[in-house]
Design a protein around this ligand. Structure first.
Ligand SMILES: Cc1ncc(COP(=O)(O)O)c(C=O)c1O
Length: 378
């Protein structure tokens, strides 16, 4: 019999009592890519980096002092972000992807409120999984409020949940992942106000805002407890791992105290700053191409019998499938195409797929595969 189990006195067992108990229910986040995939439309990446951005990155990396630690304040990068977005440098916290910023927020707000056993982090569902995973990994309690039938915020249920559950942080992604739609302004504002009334930090995650139009960062003027989260990952620069929070400077200074001093590598700082400074128009031109392809692909998928596409403001589409999405995904994998299925969550997600917009050739391949989908029971 093969010996696969660890000995009874393995460190994980001996030290189990002092490990965070929440870890027992978590698993490492490692998306599965089946062998042989040729068209990867599962991770909301842009299909290619703008050529001018690639050149700016190469030039910037060539000038990095490799023997030195990075600038612990990421100052040049913050100045470049500030110039492009209108933010103030002191309002910015830069992380290794917005994932790290979410983790820093969960850490800073990781103290339970009076009469609560754990801090609460509230978000709608379905949404970006890292709010839930990060909350649990930090010993907080994730609370999820279902989106309505059009995948928009249920403002009434969310405000009631905020009043009852007393969250420390409320995350809302807009455009939302995986549903692709922007939350309606009036509902989002109601939720932000409810968070403020409940002394919670409200974060609007604008990871996909480049594909959606105007950012809500000007709302910070009327809602002091509002933070805006952004990233360069979705616009052709996922490899850099650069994301940021734009929020009240006093709050940012507190969250920043637990940040590792050299969290963003010198290479990533220099590369992202160079793209923001010298290649931003080219990046936005690539974004415009993806928006055009998204609208075309949405129409084409929507024209296939039984498929329904939610209007998207992101670089992916949220598709209701005529048969269980798991079977559609398997059919696509057989054609070497990978998309993201949400069937494992069950309920209304059992027939939903999230499909990232690819190149024209990739989108054509996807469409022709979907058009050949067997509809029978077998
Ligand atoms: C809504 C949302 N926020 C944040 C992220 C993470 O971005 P980053 O690559 O900057 O960590 C993602 C990635 O999928 C996302 O969908």
């Amino acid at each position: 019999m093969p010996v696969t189990t660890a000995p009874a006195d393995a460190p994980r067992d001996r030290l189990g009592a002092v490990l965070r108990p929440e870890l027992a229910d978590l698993s490492s986040y490692v998306p599965h890519v089946p062998p042989g995939i040729e068209v990867k439309l599962d991770a909301n990446e842009a299909p290619r980096c703008a050529e001018a951005a690639r050149e700016a990155v190469h030039r910037a990396i060539a000038g990095v002092a490799l023997e030195r630690y990075p600038d612990p304040r990421s100052l040049r990068l913050k100045e470049a972000i500030a110039r492009r977005t209108g933010a103030k440098v002191d309002d910015l916290l830069v992380g290794t992807g917005s994932d790290e910023v979410i983790s820093l927020v969960a850490n800073a707000f990781g103290h339970p409120r009076e009469r609560l056993p754990k801090p609460v982090i509230l978000a709608p569902t379905p949404t970006f999984v890292m709010y839930r995973i990060t909350a649990r990994a930090h010993g907080s309690k994730p609370v999820e409020v279902p989106l309505d039938a059009s995948w928009d915020l249920d403002a009434g249920m969310t405000t009631r949940a905020i009043a009852m559950m007393r969250p420390s942080v409320v995350f809302v992604a807009s455009p939302n992942n995986p549903t692709g739609n922007r939350m309606s302004d009036d509902r989002l504002e109601t939720v932000i106000e409810a968070a403020g009334a409940g002394h919670a930090f409200a974060i609007v995650d604008e990871a996909y805002i480049d594909y959606a139009g105007t950012s809500l960062r000007s709302w910070r003027e009327k809602h002091a407890h509002l933070g805006i989260l952004r990233t360069v990952s979705k616009i052709g620069l996922a490899a850099l791992r650069v994301g940021w929070l734009d929020a009240d400077a006093g709050l940012v200074a507190e969250i920043d105290k637990a940040r590792q001093p050299f969290n963003v590598s010198a290479i990533s700082q220099a590369a992202a700053a160079a793209v923001l400074e010298d290649a931003w128009d080219d990046v936005q031109a690539e974004v415009a191409k993806i928006v055009a392809r998204r609208d075309e692909l949405s129409r084409a998928i929507g024209a296939l019998e039984g498929f329904v596409v939610t209007p998207s403001a992101a670089n992916f589409v949220w598709v209701k499938t005529p048969i269980p999405s798991e079977r559609v995904m398997e059919h696509l994998i057989a054609d070497k195409i990978l998309v993201r299925s949400f069937h494992a969550s069950g309920g209304r997600l059992a027939t939903q797929l999230r499909i990232t917009i690819g190149t024209d050739a990739e989108n054509d391949r996807l469409l022709s595969s979907l058009a050949r989908l067997p509809r029978g029971d077998g």
